[in-house]
Design a protein around this ligand. Structure first.
Ligand code: NAD
Length: 245
């Protein structure tokens, strides 16, 4: 589905991002995994040696326009095109409003929102030059109803939905599609960090009766990156077993 295309997956070192990178590689794409540190990127690459030169690593500061532009440029130079950006990197929070520090709020907005803006801008510039592309953002099921603690996290995902719908309209003329994937509870480190009772309580309320697998979320990223979704832009695709928190 992606033969000959080039993709960057931010936060591709583990969890959903790693599953997306693997899915894209299996679909024939060249993939650059963008992580926060060289060490974690190299660890991820060591698990993808079967793909040879079709996978590489980058670790720019995702909130730095210059660093991101340089890193994305190096990806295009290596593979000859820049077709897909999966803005997957993100962090969560469940701190009470009474304890929330401005630093924590800023940190979550930086990686969950500012980095999506910075990376989308750099990617859009490259995609426009070559005549189009696809951007897929990481939303969350909490972007519909919020959540009862850690307000910065749902606020950041509401922002992601807003940016997705707006950029879809702005970039359509340049043949760049922009969509988001909104996972429900998915079995990754992010969820492993939550108290077990919380995960059980949430899982009990999922009509499909279980948390999602990273590969199931990655399937949505594959669909939205491929020509199978050529007339789809500006949507938030919910991959949550019909969960409503
Ligand atoms: P995870 O914690 O397992 O992985 C997050 C990834 O983001 C890691 O690779 C991490 O290195 C990267 N990252 C974090 N900060 C970064 C930074 N400053 N620079 C570069 N990379 C950075 O999380 P996950 O569960 O795989 O979540 C991936 C995305 O999906 C996130 O945006 C998250 O909000 C969203 N999501 C996850 C779930 C879930 O249940 N797991 C549900 C809804 C939405």
């Amino acid at each position: 589905m992606l033969k000959g295309k080039t993709a960057v997956v931010t936060g591709g070192t583990r969890g959903i991002g790693f599953a997306v990178a693997k899915k894209y590689l299996d679909a024939g794409a060249n993939v650059a995994i963008a992580g926060s540190r060289q060490e974690t990127v190299e660890k991820a690459l060591s698990q993808l040696t079967e793909y040879g030169d079709r996978v590489m690593g980058i670790w720019p500061d995702l909130c730095s326009p210059d660093a991101v532009a340089e890193a994305f440029g190096s990806v295009r130079e290596r593979y000859g095109s820049f077709d897909i950006l999966a803005n997957n990197a993100g962090i969560s929070s469940r701190t009470s409003i009474y304890d929330y520090t401005l630093d924590e709020f800023t940190k979550i907005m930086d990686i969950n929102v500012k980095a999506v803006f910075v990376c989308s801008q750099a990617a859009a510039r490259l995609m426009r030059e070559q005549g189009g592309g696809a951007i897929i953002n990481a939303s969350s099921m909490v972007s519909e109803y919020g959540q009862p603690s850690g307000c910065g996290y749902p606020a950041s995902k509401f922002a992601v939905d807003g940016m997705t719908k707006s950029l879809a309209r702005e970039l359509a003329k340049d043949h760049i599609r922009v969509n988001a994937v909104a996972p429900g509870v998915t079995k990754t480190d992010m969820v492993a960090a939550l108290p077990r009772e919380m995960v059980e309580r949430i899982s009990a309320g999922i009509p499909l009766g279980r948390p999602g697998e990273p590969e199931e979320v990655a399937d949505a990223y594959l669909y939205l990156a491929s020509d199978a979704s050529s007339y789809v832009t500006g949507i938030v695709l919910r991959v949550d077993g019909a969960a409503r928190n």
